[in-house]
Design a binder for this molecule. Structure first.
Ligand code: DND
Ligand code: ATP
Ligand code: MG
Length: 281
């Protein structure tokens, strides 16, 4: 029996979806995936599966939309992924009955780094190498997509997109974003609704770019609060002051999120070019 209970949060603003809304999202997303694949004349989708909730939900819905033959999974362990996440990723593919490959990407990353022996400072190196791992995964996705005329299915949600919490041309390098209209809390809720096991729904989100990384620690804010600020202040009509008052938080927290959104604007657009010269003035 699907669970449509709201998820517990500490935030006094309820983003939970009703049972009808969850069904509507499920239908909208599965229709979207099927339509994108058909419109592209593709044979199906390719998807990286990490053991996290975003790729798990996307895999469940894409398998529903395309059938198990229409979806190919890629589990791409590196030295920073936990064994638990990688075995969960394989469990998702097995439970869905889709074909999948497991490919350790660290040799590819290492051979790339051999070409750049001079490391930068510790913090920028950590981000650069983390992003390299993410971009190696994107290359793997597209290699398989090219070979079998498939689309690369993204797993980004609305929360990550708005604050730019993804690697440009890494996990952001995809052909469509099936769950891109859901805040993180709603991803978890829809996942539970479609039958994803609780231990996967409740798992701590991690980008898996370095050992011990968690999204909430790096972002400096919990997802429940972040979702609510985005819904009220960025997608909604409230001022900074009204958002802070509504959520019982200080204005600095709202301002922090506004900064994340503003600084990541460039990630949400195709790269700009100077205006062309015209000969028809
Ligand atoms: N204003 C601007 N206009 C145009 N381009 C601009 C720019 N500012 C930076 N850039 C470009 O963007 C680059 C920085 O962006 P990027 O390479 O993405 O790197 P960056 O945003 O620094 O790092 C990626 C962030 O996303 C997180 N992440 C990554 C992957 C997965 C997940 C997850 O949870 O799934 C999270 C990761 O932990 C990290 O915090 C710069 O090096 C520059 O090339
Ligand atoms: N080890 C991996 N193998 C295959 N794909 C991966 C791996 N790590 C990350 N990915 C891909 O990158 C995407 C972005 O990672 P992200 O952490 O945002 O999502 P998630 O792991 O599915 O969920 P969560 O945010 O809850 O951890 C994943 O959804 C998945 O498609
Ligand atoms: Mg993850």
């Amino acid at each position: 029996m699907a669970d449509t209970q709201p998820l517990a949060t500490d935030v006094p603003f309820d983003l939970s979806l009703s049972a009808d809304e969850l069904d509507a999202h499920r239908e909208r997303i599965t229709d979207f995936v099927a339509e994108r694949v058909e419109a592209a004349g593709a044979t199906g989708g390719v998807l990286g599966i990490s053991g996290g909730i975003d790729s798990t939900l996307t895999a469940y819905l894409a398998a529903e939309a395309l059938g198990t033959d229409g979806l190919h999974g890629l589990v791409l362990p590196s030295e920073v992924n936990s064994d638990e996440n990688m075995s969960d990723a394989e469990r998702v593919a097995e439970d869905l009955g889709i074909d999948y490959d497991v490919l350790a990407i660290e040799p590819i990353v290492e051979s790339f780094l051999d070409a750049f022996p001079d490391a930068g400072d510790e913090e920028s190196e950590r981000t650069a190498v983390g992003n390299l791992r993410v971009r190696v995964r994107a290359v793997c996705n597209y290699y398989l997509a090219n070979r079998a005329n498939r689309l690369v299915l993204g797993t980004g949600n609305r929360t990550e997109s708005l604050v730019g919490y993804f690697t440009k041309y890494g996990d952001g390098a995809v052909d469509c974003h099936p769950i891109g209209n859901l805040y993180k809390l709603q991803v978890r809720q829809l996942a539970r609704h479609v039958g994803v096991p609780d231990d996967l729904v409740d798992k701590t989100p991690t980008a898996g770019m370095w050992v011990g990384q968690t999204d909430e620690e790096e972002l400096g804010i919990g997802y429940d609060t972040l979702d609510a600020i985005l819904a009220l202040r960025i997608d909604g009509p409230l001022s900074r002051t009204a958002t802070a008052r509504e959520l019982g938080i200080d204005e600095d927290t709202v301002e922090h999120v506004e900064g994340l959104v503003a600084r990541s604007e460039h990630k949400r657009h195709t790269p700009p070019a100077p205006a062309p010269l015209t000969r028809f003035d």
